[in-house]
Design a protein around this ligand. Structure first.
Ligand code: ADP
Length: 314
């Protein structure tokens, strides 16, 4: 029995050791195989990513070349646009200058002829000529201002003035227009005294005249236009309120763009009497005075109020 023990136990231990070694070898082999496969898989992934990165890089390079070509084209187009714009401004000022002189002589001679004895029909024809030349004269004046604005040459000749004087200068002439049209022009409240501004009297009168003439133009016969002038904090302000065709809410700002005429207003005849320039010029003048200009309206057919204000004081 002892012999059996002495032989079998070492044998069993030997076998167990050998099996352990085999198992360790096999599992090591299996593990290293799976490690290799993982490594291989990772390498493949890295390679794929690197290919994709390289492709993306070449696409970026291609796009940036395209962008460079486009931006150089844009530079050329901008230069061309600048050149065309300069040509347009030059053409505009040449036409304006060349039209003004013959227009003045047509008007002058028509007025001269009006003083002669003639029939009613002939006199009416001459009056038509005079009023048409006046309309053209307004357009020429607006185009001159536009050309000056575009060339950056619209300069304000500022002086210390009484703000109310800009209204006093123009009310007599505007009242005649209002009477002719059958619109009642009234001054609201009392005109403030001693409301001093540092501004261009001619240009500020031009703005007020434009607002009043528009108000009269867009107000039906028998209704009212009211001018109010008042002091508002550190500003001198003018309000022109009419009871005319009104403005659609979407257009109260757009009408200050050059050549813009309200689209929602249905009256073709009124639209044809203008060019959509007056308000854009007025806005430029008020900006030059560091002031503000705007329009409000409760809606189409409900009248509008146009206003502007410029800093008061010297
Ligand atoms: P014009 O009157 O010569 O067309 P303006 O620049 O003075 O040019 O005015 C631009 C547009 O603003 C007008 O065509 C008109 O549609 C609108 N508008 C101006 N004043 C009034 C007003 N008092 N009531 C209603 N619409 C007005």
């Amino acid at each position: 029995m002892e012999m059996v023990f002495i032989i079998i136990v070492p044998f069993i231990l030997l076998m167990a050791g050998a099996s352990f070694l085999v198992v360790a070898q096999v599992s090591g082999f299996i593990q290293s195989g799976s490690l290799n496969r993982r490594q291989h898989f990772s390498n493949q992934l890295i390679q794929q990513n690197m290919i994709q990165i390289a492709m993306a890089q070449s696409q970026i390079a291609q796009r940036s070349t395209e962008l460079e070509v486009l931006s150089s084209k844009l530079v050329l187009s901008n230069q061309e646009l600048g050149r065309l714009n300069a040509m347009k401004s030059k053409f505009l000022s040449m036409v304006v200058h060349d039209v003004r002189t013959p227009l003045a002589s047509i008007r002058g001679f028509s007025e001269l002829l009006l003083k002669k004895n003639m029939g009613d029909k002939e006199a009416q024809y001459l009056k038509n000529i005079v009023s048409s030349t006046d309309q053209l004269g307004h357009l020429i004046a607006d185009l001159t201002d536009l050309a000056m604005i575009e060339a950056g040459k619209l300069k304000m000749e500022n002086a210390v003035i009484d703000f109310v004087d800009i209204a006093r200068d123009i009310i007599p002439g505007i009242s005649v227009n209002a009477q002719k049209k059958g619109v009642d022009l009234v001054v609201g409240g009392t005109l403030p005294s001693g409301l001093i501004v540092n501004g261009d009297r001619f240009r500020l009168s031009q703005v007020l005249m434009n607002l009043l003439n528009n108000a009269i133009k867009f107000t039906p016969v028998g209704r009212q236009v009211e001018l109010t002038i008042r002091s508002e904090g550190r500003y001198a302000a003018a309000y022109v309120k009419d009871s005319g065709i009104g403005i659609h809410p979407s257009e109260t700002k757009r009408i200050f763009e050059k050549f813009y005429q309200a689209k929602y207003q249905k009256d073709e005849k009124l639209r044809k009497q203008g060019w959509g320039l007056g308000l854009s010029i007025a806005q430029e003048i008020i900006r030059s005075h560091r002031g503000e200009i705007g329009a409000t309206s409760p809606g189409l057919g409900k009248g509008s109020t146009f206003w502007f204000r410029v800093p008061a004081g010297v």
